[in-house]
Design a protein around this ligand. Structure first.
Ligand code: M6R
Length: 365
């Protein structure tokens, strides 16, 4: 049941504080040690790996991009992220020194499943991250890590995405520790911060009413832009996908610094630009990007961290997420995007849970 919510999507958005912690607890003990003994990612195996592929579709692909960011940052191992329907047909370089991570909420997406089988044939070790126990992908992979998001009914994925991020972060921290790139104290600190997300996500959800208001003014627009730098760009990709699939408003996500290489020509009076500016080290650069689009008439909505300076004066609206380590800000900014997309769709009178032309799991090629 929808538990009193108008749509499953909203219910699932609100379940995130709880399922993030539940997913963490499934793999972390009371002393903040990560437990991955059962998946065979031993120190010896990891030391022998020279490349990781993350393969997925749609929102899971967007989660994979963040997985690459954090895995490369912590482990210094090369990671490539591939869309399953591309990976399958481009003869990727895979051997027994390759780890393939397939990400799929349903565990039934055909292209992802086929990519898994191909990878196994080529000698790679395949780890699946999925939300459905006993799914095709979980049965075929060498090992499985489950997200504990609970059933996701709405076509637009929300809690599956954030719980996939949780697992990817845990894998990155565990991996970095095993190959000697992260001390056990620092690993524990990081894990503790992940546990802190429950409360911070809950606080971020309090913006719902404000997002509902703002959405009403934006539904007349034909096109929007989502911007960000670094991790913020990766969140922009998922924010844009979310609003496209349920609000049917065209949007594009761009790295903030890339806009002026062509796409800024599309910015005109009133065009909404949603920009993530949660990365402290990139803040000044992002402020310049905001000024560039403002000067062309854009209506700028920013998502920044509490305490970020000089943002308000250059934007039309700022949503402040709770203070958090830069690497974890993506868990909070995506909440704003999900609620924004949801309210755009509601304001347009769309069937939020069953958007046109889409199915929950894509079992055709
Ligand atoms: O079940 P999967 O995670 O394999 O599904 C992948 C995509 O089809 C899915 O994430 C899709 O993009 C969602 N509708 C996005 O909200």
């Amino acid at each position: 049941s929808k538990g009193g919510y108008d749509f499953f999507m909203l219910k699932e958005i609100y379940e995130q504080p709880e399922v993030i912690t539940k997913t963490l607890k499934s793999r972390v003990d009371e002393n903040y040690n990560i437990k991955f003994e059962d998946i065979g990612l031993t120190k010896e195996l990891l030391e022998n790996i020279n490349k990781i592929y993350i393969v997925a579709c749609g929102t899971a692909y967007n989660a994979g991009l963040i997985g690459k960011y954090i895995l490369e940052k912590l482990t210094r191992i090369r990671v490539e992220v591939d869309i399953a329907s591309e990976f399958r047909y481009r003869n990727p370089i895979i051997d027994d020194k390759t780890l393939v991570i397939v990400l799929s909420q349903s565990g039934e997406t055909l292209d992802t499943f086929e990519a898994l089988k191909e990878s196994k044939k080529s000698g790679a070790k395949v780890l699946a991250i999925t939300n459905v126990v006993g799914s095709s992908i979980s049965r075929e992979a060498d090992s499985v890590v489950y997200t504990w998001a609970g059933p996701e009914i709405a076509v637009a994925s929300t809690k599956a995405y954030t719980t996939q991020l949780v697992i990817l972060y845990l894998i990155a921290i565990d991996y970095a520790q095993k190959v000697g790139k992260l001390s056990s104290e620092n690993a524990k600190e990081f894990v503790k911060e992940l546990f802190g997300l429950e409360e911070k996500v809950a606080k971020t959800l309090l913006y719902e009413k404000e997002l509902e208001e703002i959405s009403k003014h934006i539904i007349k627009q034909h096109s929007m832009f989502y911007l960000g730098r670094g991790l913020d760009y990766l969140t922009a990709l998922e924010g844009s996908l979310k609003s496209k699939e349920i609000s049917y408003i065209h949007s594009e996500a761009f790295p903030s610094g890339e806009l002026k290489h062509g796409t800024i020509a599309l910015i005109d009076d009133g065009v909404p630009v949603v920009i993530n500016v949660t990365q402290d080290s990139l803040l000044d650069k992002s402020v310049s990007n905001i000024k560039e689009v403002k000067a062309r008439g854009a209506y700028v909505i920013a998502i920044a961290k509490e305490g970020a300076e000089n943002i308000e004066e250059v934007c039309d609206k700022v949503f402040y997420i709770p203070k958090v380590n830069d690497d974890l800000a993506c868990f909070l900014s995506i909440i704003i995007h999900q609620l924004f997309a949801y309210h755009l769709a509601v304001a347009k009178g769309n069937d939020v849970d069953k958007p046109r032309n889409l199915a929950k799991s894509v079992t055709v090629e």
